[in-house]
Design a protein around this ligand. Structure first.
Ligand code: DX5
Ligand code: ZN
Length: 218
């Protein structure tokens, strides 16, 4: 049985002068997650939010904060984001640091942990860590900016990770991030994804409520 689908609106695409309103808006539609992109200008060529932003949003919201760290040295910031109120902290596989220890640290701090793969990173690279994560995030664009086109060539990677999950009886969520909309979301669902980050196609939609309703049926 596939896991029920979850839509995680990415506040990167919301009004940065009123982020709390973007989070509240998601909650008002009955959504339970928001996705928060953290970039350091090194791992990804952009700068976004920090722990203080997450803490400020946490004061106004009980939603599940899905925090995606796009950092060269994520291990240095785990504690700060956990303390700020992250519900889940996801770290990339590409930089060199102790991934297993960092995932364990995230859990020890009371958060769920996720592992993220860039488009160029093969599914096989995540294999040794799959039994230690609550979520695997397959990037369907190169990290850095919202509004990019979905990489359809990522569908086989999603399917490969889903097959491995079933074969090993693991229960992690399989999330996709980048260019997800009403057309590409169902394609990812068919490939095995169950958790959908949607930025531009949610906050930029004429009727985000319709997007939320549609995604509930993916
Ligand atoms: C990209 C970020 C995404 C981004 C997705 O680097 O990780 O979470 O907000 O935005 P859209 O849905 O517009 O592609
Ligand atoms: Zn993201």
């Amino acid at each position: 049985m596939p896991l029920p689908s979850i839509l995680a609106p990415s506040i990167l695409a919301s009004d940065h002068a009123n982020l709390a309103a973007g989070v509240k808006f998601a909650a008002s539609l009955g959504l339970t997650w928001v996705h928060i992109d953290i970039m350091d200008g090194h791992f990804a060529p952009n700068l976004t939010f920090g722990p203080q932003t997450v803490a400020a949003l946490r004061k106004n919201s009980a939603l599940f904060f899905d925090v995606h760290l796009m950092l060269d040295e994520p291990q240095r910031y785990i504690e700060a984001f956990a303390r700020a109120g992250a519900s889940q902290i996801s770290i990339h596989l590409e930089p060199a640091y102790d991934h297993a220890a960092t995932l364990a640290r995230i859990r020890a701090l009371g958060c769920r942990c996720g592992l993220v793969l860039n488009p160029a990173t093969p599914a096989a690279a995540a294999r040794p860590l799959l039994d230690q994560v609550d979520l695997v995030l397959v990037m369907t664009v190169q990290p850095g900016f919202g509004g990019q086109s979905f990489r359809r060539d990522m569908l086989p990677k999603i399917a490969e990770i889903d097959r491995e999950r079933t074969a090993r009886g693991l229960g992690f969520r399989l999330e996709v991030d980048g260019g997800i909309d009403l057309a590409t979301g169902p394609e990812c669902r068919a490939a095995g994804a169950d958790t959908f980050v949607v930025g531009t196609a949610f906050y930029g939609a004429p009727d985000p409520a319709a997007v939320a309703r549609a995604a509930a049926a993916w």
